[in-house]
Design a protein around this ligand. Structure first.
Ligand SMILES: NC(=O)c1ccc[n+]([C@@H]2O[C@H](COP(=O)([O-])OP(=O)(O)OC[C@H]3O[C@@H](n4cnc5c(N)ncnc54)[C@H](O)[C@@H]3O)[C@@H](O)[C@H]2O)c1
Length: 339
């Protein structure tokens, strides 16, 4: 099969992660163009990727068979619909869209066009998360009682731009970033019966909450919680996920070993899984795996070729939006998501 021809839509902070992933998949995919209305950003990413810059992605849709959309959240829905209508496969950055109704339209549009729609929720594709899941679900530590995820990011001092407005971000940190944890939690523990959130502000200039906690009850009987802030004074622990099982606690910690926001894709990482049992603590995995999107992008290419539904297809990603929207609605009714 000849290499897939890919267009990149959006050349901001996260685009280099996709360029790097595709560099590692050169035999399967070629970046044909990189589009951004900001000409400097388009040129920067195009130079890095060795492709042509575009001001408007619509001019390039005829030259590619798939796009990767890395744009502000309010554009996820219109750009996805436009690309699917043009017959292109779409790998779309999380979260899927700002409303459930938009998610439904996107799922329907992908089915109508017989094209792959995958939402980029990278953490379940990371080797460390796959190992964590295996340790938790293979029964060695007994049944899962609780999943507890802490995600700690530092946005202090950064110009938040579209992230600061509800209309463009879609909500606050719980909408934008907690899905990084919620997706692997649902993948590990199964569907959720009940979820609630509370939110507050550490003082970042944004309309939505910059700090949120949630609790959830899984249909399996286990419970889960997320704690998440963008207001960390220092982003030293990016995330820790702990599975409390009857006979042991399994903990995954994945930490940028540098300044993640400034170093971006070049930032080194430290990743570790430990198990704590009655016999003491044991290291199960230690690696320097960072936020490598190659397995995620590779899965997208596999699904494009086979026609299979991606692990993080529209319906899986929609379930996260449904959980978040429901928890927001309950918090709004109770005044539980205010500073
Ligand atoms: N998986 C992760 O860990 C992760 C991390 C960061 C961001 N993201 C996601 O990536 C997406 C982008 O985030 P970012 O941090 O790169 O934001 P960003 O603001 O740095 O970049 C967004 C880019 O989109 C461009 N843009 C706006 N309208 C456009 C249009 N019509 N066509 C093409 N480009 C357009 C902007 O000019 C900007 O350069 C979001 O969905 C975000 O949630 C994911």
């Amino acid at each position: 099969m000849s290499a897939h021809r890919i267009g990149l839509i959006g050349c901001g902070w996260f685009a280099p992660f996709h360029v790097e992933a595709l560099r590692g998949l050169r035999d399967r995919a070629e970046i044909v163009w990189a589009a951004d209305p900001d000409a400097d950003k388009a040129r920067h990413i195009a130079d890095d990727a060795g492709c042509r810059p575009l001001a408007d992605y619509r001019e390039g849709l005829g030259d590619v068979d798939a796009v990767i959309a890395i744009v502000p959240h309010h554009l996820h829905h219109p750009i996805t619909l436009e690309c699917l209508a043009a017959g292109r496969h779409v790998l779309l950055e999380k979260p899927m869209a700002n409303t459930l109704a938009q998610c439904d339209e996107m799922i329907e549009a992908a089915e109508r066009a017989s094209r792959t729609l995958m939402i980029a929720l990278p953490h379940r594709y990371r080797q460390c998360m796959q190992a964590f899941r295996r340790h938790v679900t293979d029964g060695a530590y007994g049944p899962l009682c609780m999943l507890d995820a802490l995600m700690d990011e530092s946005m202090q001092g950064y110009a938040l731009g579209w992230l600061s407005r509800r209309e463009t971000l879609g909500g606050g940190v719980f909408f934008s970033s907690s899905p990084h944890m919620i997706d692997p939690m649902l993948w590990i523990a199964g569907p959720v019966r009940h979820a609630e959130m509370v939110g507050t502000s550490t003082g970042l200039e944004m309309e939505g909450e910059d700090t949120a906690a949630s609790i959830m009850k899984f249909e399996s009987g286990a419970i889960g919680m997320t704690r998440h802030t963008w207001g960390s004074p220092r982003s030293n622990t990016w995330y820790t996920m702990r599975a409390m099982c009857r006979d042991g606690w399994v903990t995954l910690t994945s930490t940028p070993d540098g300044d993640f926001f400034n170093e971006g894709v070049r930032c080194p990482w430290k990743t570790r899984i430990t198990a704590l049992t009655a016999n003491g603590e044991m290291t199960l995995l230690e690696s320097d795996e960072g936020l490598d999107l190659r397995p995620e992008v590779e899965h997208f290419l596999d699904c494009v070729e086979s026609g299979a539904e991606p692990q993080t297809g529209g319906r899986t990603a929609r379930a996260i939006i449904a959980l978040v929207e429901g928890a927001y609605a309950r918090a709004d009714a109770d005044g539980a998501n205010v500073p």
